[in-house]
Design a protein around this ligand. Sequence first.
Ligand SMILES: [Cu+2]
Length: 106
Amino acid sequence: MKKALAIVAAGAVSAAVAVPAFAATKTISVKDNLFSPKTTTVRKGTKVKWVWRGNAPHNVVVTKGPAKFRSTVKTSGSFTKKVTRRGTYTIVCTIHNGMTMKLRVK
Ligand SMILES: [Cu+2]
């Protein structure tokens, strides 16, 4: 009985560890006035989550890349996009000149 419980427990642990492999989320901070990190590489299928952590209003806008998407202008909360196309995305905040980042999807 003890042995069976140990096997079940081991199975539960490996299942918990395996989850991020196919449902990974990458978090990027939206600050005043920069994205952090500024360059990120993720696998295709990753959910990229931008989290507003500053006080000023910002948005997340793809200006160049294999897919275009944009968030609304916000001061808090988050914006999540599942990236399904490989390539390099140039992302900016259209309010702040020079607030830019690169997202590579491989
Ligand atoms: Cu901004």
